[in-house]
Design a protein around this ligand. Structure first.
Ligand code: PMP
Length: 393
């Protein structure tokens, strides 16, 4: 029977990683995969994470099962971090999931349970895994305009015009902050209009929040999510991979914000049921790291301080790259780099230009010209700037 299987298409980013590894040039630069790297190119274990792990190791007396929703301390710590005072806790159903990807997957499945035949609207472009999971689940997908290739900013008019076509019972995927792959986020006025539009049409917002704290601050990055959650029902898929640097621990949370407590209780049971069908109990170690950090004043302050160092480090790289390009080209056309948020920027280069930068300078970025800003450092930043100019950007 196994001979019935066909090869799956190669994952573009994983193929890019393999090509980078195989490139013998010592000066090669990896701006591909979406993992934070410091100036030395390392993805460090955060200080508070290391300390929390020590405390867990010392204090843990059992490895027995937790609960289908995961250890309740995890959701009790993460829900207020994300939602603040926007919704009463009792109106929020929440389950731990294997990473943000697990939360996205469970969210789509919940949508299918609530609204069979729903169309899920996704921004164009979006994280490719959104599309492949939706396809795998056999769900109907439609794109909405999101990114203006000319200004390299959000196409607010196009977005609102396309979302005008959503039907009651549809779901609309939104990136809560630090849009992947473009780095372009809507401004507050656009967020409000999107929220009003979806409410008026009876569509469910589904917010993917994978980079909280990487954009403007923990509070500001949560603002759009809080505004939407405060305005009615929504789903939120949160990942702790990036902001806690615990990628391999697979730590995520799926939240369903309900209009009242009774509905939230039913949603909670359904989310636990979905976990049971897919993998039973979610991973615990990363969730326990997060609740240990958020539940301890000292660890939390240290985590916030290190996250802020990471965020401002990426900001410095953005500003440095834009300044270097301003100097080289005598124009401000690359200042969009400083307006983009988080780890990624789409440069607006053609596939040929992306290929030329790889061939001539050993610079690896995703084919759509998404760069991981954290892949740069003070030494490589001017090299990228020169390569961009040489490629004719
Ligand atoms: N959503 C988006 C937009 C992402 O970029 C990512 C990470 N690449 C995720 C969700 C999920 O990340 P993880 O499963 O590693 O937590």
């Amino acid at each position: 029977m196994l001979d019935q299987l066909k090869d799956q298409p190669a994952d573009k980013i994983l193929s890019l990683m393999a090509a980078f590894r195989a490139d013998p040039r010592p000066e090669k630069i990896d701006l591909g995969v979406g993992v934070y790297k410091d100036a030395e190119g390392r993805t460090p274990v955060m200080r508070a994470v290391r300390e929390a792990e020590k405390r867990i190791w010392d204090g843990e007396t059992t490895k027995t099962y937790t609960a289908l929703a995961g250890d309740p301390a995890f959701a009790d710590a993460l829900v207020p971090l994300i939602l603040g005072p926007s919704v009463p806790r009792a109106q929020v159903a929440a389950v731990a999931t294997p990473g943000g990807t697990g939360a996205v997957r469970q969210g789509f499945e919940l949508i299918r349970m609530m609204s069979p035949g729903a169309t899920v609207w996704v921004p164009e472009p979006t994280w490719p895994n959104h599309l492949s999971i939706l396809r795998h689940l056999g769900m109907t997908v439609r794109g909405y305009r999101y990114f203006d290739e000319a200004t390299l900013a959000v196409d607010a008019d196009g977005m609102l015009a396309d979302l005008g076509g959503v039907q009651a019972g549809d779901a609309v995927l939104l990136h809560g902050c630090c849009h992947n792959p473009t780095g372009a986020d809507p401004d507050p006025a656009t967020w409000s209009k999107v929220a009003d539009l979806l409410r008026s049409r009876g569509a469910l917002p589904f917010i993917d929040l994978a980079y909280l704290g990487f954009g403007d601050s923990l509070e500001l990055d949560a603002a759009a999510t809080r505004m939407i959650a405060g305005s009615g029902e929504c789903l939120i898929a949160a990942s702790c991979s990036k902001n806690f640097g615990i990628y391999r621990e697979r730590t995520g949370l799926l939240m369903a914000v309900a209009g009242d407590e009774a509905t939230a209780k039913v949603a909670q049971g359904n989310l636990a049921h979905l976990n049971r069908q897919n993998f039973s109990f979610p991973p615990d170690h990363g969730a326990r790291i997060v609740s240990t950090i958020l539940g301890d004043e000292g660890l939390r302050a240290d985590w916030e301080a290190e996250l802020e160092e990471i965020r401002t480090g990426m900001l410095t790289l953005r500003e440095g790259l834009a300044a270097e390009l301003r100097r080289l080209t005598n124009s401000d056309r690359f200042d969009f780099l400083t307006r983009h948020k988080g780890m990624f920027s789409r440069l607006g280069a053609s596939p040929e230009q992306v290929e030329a930068m790889r061939r001539d300078h050993g610079i690896y970025m995703v084919g759509d010209s998404r760069i991981n800003v954290a892949g740069l450092n003070a030494r490589t930043m001017p090299i990228l700037a020169q390569a961009m100019v040489a490629a004719g950007l």
